[in-house]
Design a protein around this ligand. Sequence first.
Ligand SMILES: [Cu+2]
Length: 162
Amino acid sequence: MNDTRRHYFLPLAFLFLALILATPSHAATAVKVLLWDKGGDAEMSTDLGMGAKDMSKATMGVRLSTATVPAGDVTFEVTNDSKETVHEMIIAPVPAGGKPLPYIAADNLVDEDGANHLGEVSELDPGKSGALRLNLKPGKYVLFCNIPGHYMTGMWAVLTVK
Ligand SMILES: [Cu+2]
């Protein structure tokens, strides 16, 4: 190290250290998301999408460890609890005015782009886990599985961000 370099090294080192110390640690709120089903021969439904009144017939679902989180960074820790079925988690804002999520009936799918989806943990094999970190503003969000048929069989849950 020559003299000129040494001259700059210490002040720069202190500057970097100060920047690191001044950066908030951004602790994210963790939400555990369990994707579950009652097994391969359980009946599928076609009318248990978001807003359905009676979810007792749901044979698949999305279970959240908490229904409400503070605004800011949220980490979704997603586990597919199924024994034999691939599931996934997609998150989108709940449409305003009580509207349903846009649905493509011919494909038995939610229209993800039409729903302005924010991110996903896609296609988890049975027993596998994945994570997604998002910065969320206050509002209501729906977490759903978009493997064909699963959303209408009950695979959705609403998360409130305050
Ligand atoms: Cu699914």
